[in-house]
Design a protein around this ligand. Sequence first.
Ligand SMILES: Nc1ncnc2c1ncn2[C@@H]1O[C@H](COP(=O)(O)OP(=O)(O)OP(=O)(O)O)[C@@H](O)[C@H]1O
Ligand SMILES: [Mg+2]
Ligand SMILES: [Zn+2]
Ligand SMILES: [Zn+2]
Length: 278
Amino acid sequence: MPATCALCDDLRYRTRAGARWAEAVVCSCQDACKECGGTGRQRFDRPDGRVEFGTCSCRHLAARVQHFNRAHLPATYHSKRVERFDLADATAAEARKAVLEFQARGKLGDRGLMLIGPPGVGKTHLLCGLLRFLVLERGMTARYVDSFQLLEELRQHFELGKGASKLREEVASVPVLGLDELGKTRATGWQIEVLDQIVSRRYDGGLTTFVVTNYRIRPGEGGDPEPQLGGRRRAEVVAPKAAEESLQDRVGQRIFSRLVAMCRPMEIVAPDRRLKDG
Ligand SMILES: Nc1ncnc2c1ncn2[C@@H]1O[C@H](COP(=O)(O)OP(=O)(O)OP(=O)(O)O)[C@@H](O)[C@H]1O
Ligand SMILES: [Mg+2]
Ligand SMILES: [Zn+2]
Ligand SMILES: [Zn+2]
């Protein structure tokens, strides 16, 4: 059946590239809400004959749109959808399946995913598509952050001698965090400290976290062939080639160990789409 509203495909919202981040707006097809006539209050007739009044779904939609605008997804990824991720390869298919599964049934506090892979295989696409869905369709509060930008903003914050950082607090406490580009800079000194605090708080609080990285996981240190990943399958561990740096090398063992407990690692091995499409 064709969509009634060609503007939003009947999603009731539209997204667009804002000046800095992805933005959403409530679609104009929702201007005159048929449910509440614009009052925001809706009558519910219960099966037992009781009548109750509550907030109309159009107001929930407005709140979700606001949350999306605060999630700070990169502008050019505003329209990415997990459903539109093509299956270039078996590992891409597996990753998409896991992301779709979370989209449909994931709950706050559930273990997230760590998408590992070389440039251009669609990791940020999947992450942004997932966050878009969780916020706009499932009403969750989520935040996207690029770890490189995060550390850069925190550095500027320190240098200006400001007190506690709002960004750091937000990233440590948001119910769903999408942390992109982890390991892009090799964390040292204060960067390790800050990342450690953020990750430890999320770990202790049982907050759902998704991580994207170009760096693979090095199995157990000190000649231990079986990585200490709390009973997870060996297949989840993607070993870097001898000369490659691992995620552990980039972020340190403490952060790494917590992240793997919080996010199920999945590797995508596929051709770089930027080279193919460009
Ligand atoms: N399987 C896919 N189906 C549809 N589009 C894809 C797929 N893989 C990648 N793309 C598209 O290719 C472009 C590059 O993908 P993306 O930015 O997600 O890569 P990435 O894995 O995050 O790379 P990097 O590690 O360099 O950040 C995006 O426009 C994305 O939508
Ligand atoms: Mg990316
Ligand atoms: Zn519409
Ligand atoms: Zn309404």
